[in-house]
Design a protein around this ligand. Structure first.
Ligand code: NAD
Length: 595
């Protein structure tokens, strides 16, 4: 049974450990008008903690977020010392000491002794079991996790972690408190990584494995996720910021709980940690920084795979297809000054593409993105045809027809017949092997993948995919055309999912598994990823936009390619697709969009 509310009149909170997180939490609480009793283990820790607070509030004043008087008042609300009994009269105590189970257990046992039975004890642990911390006390129902994000004064998310014995009233009260101090709370169960880290670190580990396999460069992996998914940072740069030692610990805890080898820290992580390359804090991790704690990357990038290779000249481009991607690609190329010939299967389709193109360019003019002259010039560069032979003189042809291997192979065989020697043949496939298109021709050296993102005019990323047979100057040509079209091309090997889909879809699938296990709600998971990780959309909002059928098809392809048990599509995803809940396009997916 739940106990009486104790936090209603809450005006004093104890914070143990005034390190990076503890000082940040103390600042947030004091700013909301709460008196904070801070405790450190010794005078040196106390001086450091005060230093954190002085520095952070000083910066807030400099940025105009706090007046000098408010700063004084805020600092005045935080008392601090080295005597733990000072927190005995606080109804809630948050511990933020270093991440060691024995140290936290010892601290909580002492708090359990000196505090009245009603006091709530919260741990800020990122990876230890809250259940284990609670079990050693006389008040397991009043022990919970509050997982704040770094830097606490800036990051809005707090995961409120309940164990099987936590009193629901305690969880509600703490959740209310989080809201009162201006943060957003999500409820999570006691599993390694809670919500945000559990989803994030599987994805980060996957990115390290990609790098380890020399599948793509660190710059290209990071650029792919920034430009392809709108993430604020790429996974490897983010790992450098988090600290590779902490990342290793979190993954290790996740692995010990899940036994899923996708959570087993990638060997490269261990090597970097052992070498003392812990990320930004030591000046070296996946990237090299100007100095320890510097955000500035020193340029020590490996030379490009096509360094010194001359691209083939491209003036005219053929585009095959009439769908969303083909239309977008025609528009982008024509606006970038290329002569474009697109091929449709009927005159009606030629007219339809032209109509879409005119409308899209017109919208661009109305929104001030291009002038009327630029619109007219772009239109004048585009010719439509139903005759594949009309593409014969093009320097590059981009295939964007239906995602079916037999159709694509037949088309590549036909292009092989008509295209002039030396023409580059590119496919926009997002899930089929590029090599299958290449071997349908007698010139596999001229065939390459060119994976655009939807909508092509808006998305900056292009994944350029050479096969084992592609000639280097063919890769160089597609890279040069992508750049001339204002895009950010990245190069990766011919494996299912390329970079973006191979990192994104297993993460979406993990989110579905989390939901399926009733671990957290759709809204809480989406909030954790948008508010906690700065993603533009949470996994369920994204899956509803992409389409659950498309999500399932891509996840199946990844599973079949890699045979990773962890990649098997979540049964819930299969059931929703069977039920016709395909996302926004059918009015219902993970959420109901019909109302
Ligand atoms: N750093 C992050 O990004 C982050 C994010 C979320 C949660 N966390 C978690 O927050 C906790 C603190 O992490 P941090 O990064 O602030 O560590 P930190 O090393 O910066 O701070 C820990 C502080 O606790 C003090 N301390 C140690 N033992 C103590 C004791 N017995 N009594 C009083 N003070 C004691 C230390 O002197 C130090 O100042 C950890 O559990 C960590 O996993 C960290």
């Amino acid at each position: 049974m739940g106990q009486e509310s104790t936090l209603g009149e809450l005006t004093r909170i104890g914070v143990i450990g005034l390190g990076t997180m503890g000082a940040g939490i103390a600042e947030v609480l004091a700013r909301a008008g709460i008196d904070v009793v801070g405790v450190e283990r010794d005078e040196a820790g106390l001086a450091r903690g005060r230093g954190h607070l002085e520095h952070s509030t000083h910066r807030a004043v400099e940025r105009g977020k706090l007046t000098p008087a408010e700063r004084e008042e805020l600092l005045g609300r935080i008392s601090s010392g080295v005597d733990l009994t000072a927190v005995a009269d606080c109804p809630l105590i948050i511990e933020a000491i270093h991440e060691r189970l024995d140290a936290k257990q010892e601290l909580i046992a002492r708090l359990d002794e000196i505090c009245p039975a009603g006091t709530i004890i919260a741990s800020n642990t990122s990876s230890l079991s809250v259940t284990e911390l609670a079990a050693g006390t006389h008040r397991p129902s009043r022990v919970l996790g509050t997982h704040w994000f770094n830097p606490a004064p800036v990051m809005e998310l707090v995961e409120v972690v309940g164990t099987v014995v936590t009193d629901p009233v305690v969880l509600d009260e703490v959740r209310d408190l989080v809201g009162r101090v201006g943060k957003i709370a999500v409820r999570a169960g006691d599993r390694a990584g809670f919500i945000a880290n559990a989803l994030l670190f599987g994805y980060l580990n996957n990115a390290v494995r990609m790098l380890e396999a020399h599948y793509a460069t660190r710059e290209d992996i990071d650029a792919a996720m920034r430009f392809g998914c709108g993430h604020p940072m790429g996974p490897l740069a983010l790992l450098d910021l988090i600290g590779l030692d902490s990342a290793y610990e979190i993954l290790d805890s996740m692995y010990h709980q899940s036994r899923d080898h996708l959570h087993a820290p990638a060997p490269l992580l261990k090597q970097l940690v052992t070498a003392g390359m812990l990320g930004r804090k030591t000046g070296r991790g996946f990237y090299t920084y100007a100095e320890a704690d510097s955000p500035h990357v020193v340029d020590d990038a490996a030379p490009s795979v096509v360094a010194g290779v001359e691209p083939r000249p491209v003036r005219s481009v053929g585009v095959v297809g009439t769908g969303t991607m083909a239309c977008g690609i025609v528009e982008v190329l024509a606006r970038s000054g290329f002569d474009v010939v697109f091929r449709a299967r009927s005159d009606d389709k030629v007219s339809a593409v032209r109509k879409r193109l005119v409308e899209s360019l017109e919208r661009g003019v109305q929104r001030g993105r291009l002038s009327a002259e630029e619109r007219d010039a772009a239109l004048a560069r585009v010719t439509g045809t139903t005759d594949l032979d009309a593409l014969a003189g093009c320097d590059l042809v981009v295939e964007a027809v239906v995602e079916e291997l037999s159709v694509k192979r037949a088309l590549f065989a036909a292009l092989d017949e008509v295209m002039k020697p030396g023409a580059v043949l590119a496919t926009t496939t997002s899930s089929l092997p590029v090599i299958e298109c290449a071997t349908a021709t007698t010139r596999p050296r001229d065939v390459v993948g060119m994976h655009w993102f939807n909508p092509a005019p808006a998305m900056r990323l292009i994944e350029v995919v050479p096969t084992v047979l592609t000639a280097p100057d063919v890769t160089a040509t597609v890279l040069a055309v992508s750049r001339a079209a204002g895009k950010h091309p990245v190069v990766c090997a011919d494996r299912a999912g390329f970079i973006v889909n191979a990192l994104l879809f297993p993460y979406l699938n993990d989110a579905v598994r989390m939901l399926e296990a009733h671990y957290a709600s759709v809204d809480d998971i989406d909030t954790a990823m948008t508010v906690g990780c700065g993603h533009p959309m949470g996994p369920f909002a994204l899956a509803d936009v992409v389409g659950l059928d498309v999500t399932l098809a891509i996840q199946r392809t990844l599973y079949l390619e890699f045979r990773e048990p962890g990649y098997a599509p979540a049964p819930l995803l299969e059931h929703l697709v069977k039920a016709g809940y395909l996302g926004r396009k059918t009015g219902r997916g993970f959420r109901d969009h019909s109302r």
